[in-house]
Ligand binder design. Structure first.
Ligand code: TEU
Length: 550
């Protein structure tokens, strides 16, 4: 298995990145236009969320044909060109493999609906009466996870939207089909794969009601998941490709197995525990102030735990499903710049491979939508209705969406301060944010002190210093609720990383050995840390990294 510790991956949501043909939707040729920007940023791989043929009920995560490009995004020739040009510039393209489910528009599902038994076995169909779903499991997008097909007298499982039918991985034919998809894209020069909700692929033998939850405990990290992954990777010979699994509600023990090199499953895992620290009672749709102590404990558990088990983390704050991190844990106001840099630095110095989601590198925020008409995401629209049914007023429901909707991250990339933020000549498919004049690539490109310039420095540092890519990690200040700090060590050198999580000054203990340490990077102009009585005082949202001998 190859080593990706010095690599940095950039995630592109093609629909919102750059529109080349003036239809208000981003496309593959739009990405091509921006390759120099990405090269200059310094990233190694570009992960594209799905561009395959799809009815777009879930923005491409409902795939109707894994080998065809949806014409909204362009053509196969466009993608081939993008692969070629990116490779020339030293950047590999990664594609998103949505293998837990297909769209119900997929040929396999259509054949199943037409009564072909062979294809019904591609999915999870259960006999039953129309008034009683096989189990009480809930879809992740709200409502039952089962849909009844009258003509067949059967229910099918959909853990996500009703148009996303779960595949039956128990069936060896399904596994062979999916291997064929990987081989097809390998041939085209694809350098890596992201596997969507891949820890949900193995369902239990017996389907039973969940009396305490929504059913996830029965299929999360399911009985044969490791076996299936090993088989997929071995038979398609992608052991040395960059492969990342999206692991929903997973455990540390499983992620070690998914990503430890000798297991030959994946190169790394995404987990989401650190992004639930502001969910009240674990419920995404109930707002709460972030619990920073929990954040610290989670990072410690996963960083140290993965190191001990030889697993590898994908490091990230943002993606196309998450609200913008600066709106969530930082500040949109006075300390916007400082907090965006601090949050970036906090994860880029950790052990793992960092991911940057488009727009994060310029500190993009949530767009502050005020009306339900502005939202497009299926999950947001479903939950708006559910929240109203639960008795919330529309103002309360909108407040929750403004903080939690997946559309928060899907607004058009802010290239310039002009109309439609340089994203498109036409009205974009999703409204732009309300701060394009303040936050855009153009204004940050020439500015040495910009968030964009800071991200470039973080990437350079990871490639320069073994301390960052290879160092051991140890957490400091465990009782401090204002500061997250850790130490990385490698050979006889050490790095100390200090992050003030608060909008006010915070203090942390100073180790006398650090007196001789030099500042490596920070988000304030001070050359030396501010030290008094063996305590370092950190400015609001200060990020400070010191380096010296262990
Ligand atoms: O997401 C899986 C997933 O579980 C989420 O992050 C999901 O958005 C969240 O649980 C809802 O609260 C992946 C994709 O990233 C997402 O865009 C797709 O909608 C989903 O799978 C289905 O393919």
């Amino acid at each position: 298995m190859a080593d990706f510790s010095e690599k940095v991956i950039y995630q592109i949501y093609p629909k919102s990145f750059k529109d080349s043909n003036g239809d208000g939707l981003g496309d593959i040729l739009g990405i091509l236009e921006k390759l120099d920007y990405l090269k200059e940023l310094g990233v190694d791989y570009l992960w594209l969320t799905p561009v395959f043929l799809s009815p777009q009920k879930d923005n491409g995560y409902d795939v109707a044909d894994y080998r065809k490009i949806d014409s909204r995004f362009g053509s196969m020739e466009d993608l081939e060109k993008l692969i070629e040009k990116s490779n020339e510039k030293g950047m590999g393209i990664m594609l998103d493999m949505v293998f837990n489910h297909t769209s119900t528009a997929h040929e396999w599902f259509q054949k199943a609906l037409n009564g072909e038994r062979e294809y019904q076995d591609y999915y999870i169909f259960k006999e039953g009466s129309p008034d009683c779903p096989p189990t009480n499991w809930q879809s992740k997008f709200g409502g039952s996870a089962w849909e009844y097909v009258e003509s067949l007298g059967k229910w099918y499982l959909h853990l996500f939207d009703v148009t996303q039918a779960d595949l039956n991985w128990e069936n060896p034919k399904v596994r062979e089909e999916l291997k064929g998809v990987i081989r097809f894209w390998k041939e085209k020069g694809i350098k890596g794969f992201r596997f969507d909700v891949v820890n949900l692929i193995s369902k239990p033998e017996i389907f039973e009601n969940d009396t305490v939850g929504d059913g996830r405990r029965f299929y999360t990290d399911g009985p044969h998941v490791h076996e299936y992954l090993k088989e997929l990777v071995k038979d398609t010979e992608i052991e040395d490709f960059v492969t990342v699994g999206e692991m929903s509600s997973t455990s540390l023990e499983h992620c070690i197995r998914y990503s430890a090199p000798w297991e030959k499953e994946l190169s790394m895992c995404f987990n989401f525990h650190h992004l639930k620290i502001d969910y009240k009672n674990g419920n995404k749709w109930e707002l709460m102030e972030p619990d920073f102590m929990e954040l610290k404990q989670l990072f410690q558990k996963w960083q140290v735990g993965m190191e001990r088990g030889d697993g590898w983390n994908a490091l990230f704050w943002c993606n196309h499903d998450q609200p913008r991190i600066v709106s969530r844990l930082g500040s949109e106001g006075k300390y916007w710049k400082e907090s965006a840099k601090m949050l970036a630095g906090m994860i880029h110095f950790m052990r793992g491979t960092p991911y940057i989601y488009q727009g994060e590198e310029i500190g993009m925020t949530n767009p502050h939508y005020t009306s339900i008409e502005q939202y497009k995401d299926v999950e947001s629209l479903n939950y708006y209705k559910i929240l109203l049914q639960e008795g919330k007023t529309s103002a309360q429901a909108l407040k929750i969406l403004a903080a939690r909707s997946r559309d928060n991250s899907r607004t058009p990339m802010q290239w310039t301060d002009s109309k439609n933020c340089g994203f498109s000549q036409a009205e974009p498919w999703l409204s732009v944010s309300d701060n394009i004049s303040k936050i855009n690539v153009f204004s940050q490109q020439k500015d040495e002190s910009s968030i964009l310039s800071f991200y470039k420095k973080l990437i350079v540092l990871r490639k320069e210093k073994k301390l960052i890519s290879k160092g051991k990690i140890e957490f400091l200040e465990n009782e401090n609720k204002n500061v997250l700090a850790y130490k990385r060590t490698w050979a006889d050198k050490a790095l100390v990383v200090c992050c003030n999580l608060r909008e006010t000054e915070s203090r942390m203990d100073m180790d006398c050995r650090w007196k001789d340490y030099k500042k490596v990077i920070g988000n304030y102009n001070n050359e030396l840390p501010c030290v008094q009585d063996n305590k370092i005082t950190l400015q609001p949202y200060e990020f400070l990294v010191l380096e010296g001998n262990e």
